[in-house]
Design a protein around this ligand. Structure first.
Ligand code: FES
Length: 173
């Protein structure tokens, strides 16, 4: 009798705690990201199927802004090999996925749709649409976080095949 009562109370507390956690996650999701995504234990799964070409989307992963930019066919056609090597291919489309922090002193660069590039307002640094630094003072490209592509989603925080290939090719260095 005692045991079953404890079991029942345990279930009630479990249910209440569960509802609280879901409520918190929902509040976080609403304030942080514009795309359908699920956050759990350091991983963020983002559905990119509704991302418009040449429109920057900013997600959040482990407290950092993550830039997600779907490239237009024109952008892909004119880019260099080094730029293409940084592309994440999702469902046949080319994306830039990088941590949206300037590699100079950590400001968040702004995307300029008319120029296909990023401008950092802090000290005038610039990056191309692949996140490669094109104008000082940033010393290096914006960082590509660990990612894994699953169908039309990308899992931030998980090292998948494309990420490992970039690593082997020295793209992430
Ligand atoms: S922090 Fe971006 S140019 Fe200095």
């Amino acid at each position: 009798m005692e045991n079953s009562r404890r079991g029942f109370m345990g279930k009630v507390f479990g249910a209440v705690a569960g509802v609280g956690a879901v409520g918190t996650l929902y509040a976080m999701k609403k304030s942080w990201d514009p795309l359908p995504s699920v956050k759990a234990a350091g991983f963020t799964t983002v559905d990119v199927s509704t991302v418009e070409p040449n429109k920057l989307v900013v997600e959040k992963w482990r407290g950092k802004p993550i830039f997600i930019l779907k490239k237009t066919p024109e952008m892909v056609a004119k880019q260099t090999e080094a730029e293409t090597a940084r592309d994440v291919i999702i469902d046949g489309e080319h994306f830039l996925i990088c941590i949206g922090l300037c590699t100079h002193l950590g400001c968040i660069p702004a995307y300029r749709e008319n120029k296909d590039d990023f401008k950092c307002a802090c000290h005038g640094g610039e990056f191309d649409a692949s996140g490669i630094n094109t104008k000082a003072p940033p010393p290096s490209p914006m960082v590509i976080p660990p990612f894994n592509v699953k169908g039309k989603t990308v899992v931030l925080g998980e090292e998948g095949d494309q990420y490992r290939k970039m690593k082997e090719a020295g793209v992430l260095a």
